[in-house]
Structure formats: C-alpha cells, structure tokens
Design a protein around this ligand. Structure first.
Ligand SMILES: Cc1cc2nc3c(=O)[nH]c(=O)nc-3n(C[C@H](O)[C@H](O)[C@H](O)COP(=O)(O)OP(=O)(O)OC[C@H]3O[C@@H](n4cnc5c(N)ncnc54)[C@H](O)[C@@H]3O)c2cc1C
Ligand code: SF4
Length: 337
C-alpha cells in the first residue's frame, strides 16, 4: 500500500491551485487511475477528486455544435438524445467501449487521458520507456499482437486504447483545457501525441492543466457514418483495429470524407490528405479499397501484429461501404442505453 492524500475540490481555480502542489493526479471516474495505482504503475502522492466541478453538462454552442463537459459519463453521453440524433457516430463508438458498468463511471476527460493497454506498461517487472523513461521497451521484440502499425518509434510501439476518441477525431472536435496560464483550446487531433523520443508523454496537456470540455462542430455526418470495431471478443475488449468513417455524399459522389483509426497508433490516426483524395470520387468498393491501401501504405508490423495491416485495410473499406450505404455497424439501436 502506497500512502496518498485525497482532497475534493469545488471550483476550477481551486483544482488548478491544488494541482501544482506535490505529485498530484486528478481523479474522475477512477476506472483507469485506480487500476494503475493498484498495479504500482502510477504512485501519486495526492489525488484531487474533481467530481464536484461544474463540468457534467452537455450544452449547445453558438455555432450549432455541442459542448461536452469533461465529467459527462460515457453512458450519459452515448444516451443523450442530441448526441444520438446529431452525432450517432460518437454514440456508436462509446457503446462499443468497455462495459455498461464502466461506461457509467468513465468520464469524457478521463477517456481522453486513459493510458495504453500495452502489457509491458502494466508489468512493472519489465522495462518500459513510457512508465520509466530511458529504461527500454519490453514490447519491441516481445509479444506485439496489440501494438502499433503506424507512427511508432524505436522507443515505444504502444497504441491509444480509446473508442470515443476515434469518433471525436473523425468528427473534428476540439478540446478545451484550463491551467495556471488560463484557458486554451486545441484541435482534437493535436491533443494526443506520437511517441517519438518522449513516449512518457501521451498528450500535449501542460503540467497542472485540466480538461474542461470537448466541443463537437455542427456537422455530425448523420446520414453516412459507421464505427466498426474489430476485437477478440464481441464485448468488453479493446480494439485490435477500429474505424470511424463519415461521408458526405452528393449525387453518388463523395463531397467530404473523414476516416479515423483506433488500435493502430499512439493516437487516433487520421490522414486529411488521403481523405481529401476521396473528394469527388464515386462512393464504390474499388475507391474505398484504394483509399485503404493508401492510408496503410506507411504501416509497419512488429511480427505478431503484422495481421493488423490487412485487417485495417479491410475494416476501412468495409466501414466506408457501410457508411456510404447508410447501414452503419451501429451499436446505437442494438443496446439498451
Ligand atoms: C476492463 C476495462 C475495459 C475497458 N474497455 C474500454 C474500451 O473498450 N474502450 C475504451 O475506450 N475504453 C475502455 N476502457 C477504459 C475506460 O474507458 C477508461 O478507463 C475511462 O474512460 C477513464 O475515465 P475515468 O473518468 O474513469 O478516468 P480516471 O481513471 O479517473 O482518470 C484517468 C486519467 O485521466 C486523468 N483525468 C481525468 N479527468 C481529467 C480531466 N478532466 N482533466 C485532466 N485529467 C483528467 C486522471 O488524472 C488520470 O490520469 C476500459 C477500462 C477497463 C477498466
Ligand atoms: S510499447 Fe511503449 S508502453 Fe509498451 S513497453 Fe514499450 S515503451 Fe512501454
């Protein structure tokens, strides 16, 4: 048992002030942080419980989008009638994640911040540059079935495990944060980082900053979307590969395309140039297969996970075909939310 202190904060200013004291972590739903503490992967000296902060609301934005408070639970977000109607891709991705019990606790901010599921990261008996910078990477040359095929480095080949974040990346969301220097915002796709030489940094949050909300733009791609998650079990398993596909189709041709991948990189993976190449093309299987090959052209397997390259190509083509046909791999109507 590692001793730690615990306080519950009432407002943002107090949260930011308290965060600057000692080795502190915010705790929201606790579904990731408590596991990390029990496994001795993280040993914070102080926990700041943020559950009383006024960040549990979903609000309209001036430009017709939605602002999702950082403490909105994954289950509540998936079930929100506005989200289901205007952002079914997001609702679908949320319902593909974890289990109903976990989704009841897990928060929007915590989901962005959840750490990799790399086996070696959780096994403190093995080296891990993410857990302990400079110690080496147990995964490289080890068991790599769940690891990255895109954007990895010779320091770390871990993946980001979220489903929600893949949909948010595809939808073009923004992340709002507040810290000692005040509030700021960034594109969702700029929030998470690739590992490079600093794999201990998962994201671009500055020290002591707190996520306050995620904003969705007006266009939710309600007609042509699909979230396709490939995993070892039908439920309660992280993605080997997931695809959030969103299309705007006019007269049989693609007017806009968004494709984000989960389970393949250290962050939700998007390539706007490749997406742009679909514009003006016919929404047909040949074009989707060409696009998928293009998107994976730089992919590199680690041995055990070589299968993910073909799997991802097929999943992309399938998700795009489902989106184009208006027959999404939807969880929305299949589960009691
Ligand atoms: C068995 C299991 C299966 C799962 N399966 C899936 C899955 O299939 N798909 C999926 O997407 N997820 C899955 N998850 C992960 C789950 O979604 C995350 O654990 C959850 O979203 C984290 O949210 P939380 O509020 O519980 O975070 P916490 O555990 O409270 O915190 C996690 C991290 O976020 C930080 N944090 C929390 N809120 C903020 C904030 N507002 N600002 C800054 N930092 C903050 C904390 O300091 C901590 O470092 C699974 C989890 C478990 C345990
Ligand atoms: S892949 Fe990354 S998280 Fe996994 S052992 Fe290597 S450095 Fe650690």
């Amino acid at each position: 048992m590692n001793p730690f202190s615990y306080i519950r904060v009432r407002d943002l200013a107090q949260a930011i002030r308290e965060a600057a004291i000692g080795d502190t972590r915010f705790i929201a739903g606790g579904t990731n942080l408590l596991d990390l503490m029990k496994e001795n992967v993280e040993q914070p000296g102080r926990l700041i419980d943020i559950n009383d902060l006024p960040l549990s609301h979903i609000e309209e934005t001036a430009d017709g989008g939605l602002r999702i408070g950082a403490l909105v639970r994954n289950a509540d977000l998936a079930a929100d009638s506005r989200v289901r109607a205007r952002y079914p891709l997001l609702s679908s991705a949320l319902l593909a994640g974890a289990s109903p019990q976990l989704r009841n606790m897990a928060t929007t901010g915590g989901n962005l911040m959840q750490r990799t599921r790399c086996y070696y990261f959780y096994d403190v008996a093995t080296p891990c540059n993410k857990r302990q910078p400079g110690s080496g990477c147990g995964a490289i040359g080890g068991v790599t079935r769940i690891h990255a095929i895109l954007g990895a480095s010779d320091q770390c080949i871990a993946t980001h495990p979220s489903d929600m974040c893949v949909a948010m990346a595809a939808l073009g969301a923004r992340v709002n944060v507040v810290g000692p220097d005040g509030p700021r915002g960034m594109a969702f796709t700029d929030f998470h980082r690739l590992p490079g030489e600093t794999p201990h940094l998962d994201n671009n949050l500055a020290p002591h900053e707190l996520i306050t909300s995620v904003e969705l733009p007006r266009d939710g791609f309600t007609q042509h979307y699909s979230y396709l998650k490939i995993r070892d079990r039908l439920a309660y398993a992280f993605a080997l590969v997931s695809v959030a596909a969103a299309l705007q189709i006019e007269g049989g041709r693609i007017a806009a395309a968004r494709v984000a991948l989960g389970g393949v990189a250290h962050k939700p993976w998007r390539n706007p140039d490749a997406e742009q190449s679909l514009t003006g093309m016919q929404a047909n299987p040949e074009n989707f297969a060409d696009f998928a090959r293009d998107l994976l052209s730089a992919a590199k397997g680690q041995g055990d996970n070589d299968f993910k390259i073909t799997l991802a190509q097929r999943a992309i083509a399938r998700a795009l075909a489902q989106a184009a046909a208006g027959t999404p791999q939807s969880q929305v109507d299949k589960q009691i939310v």
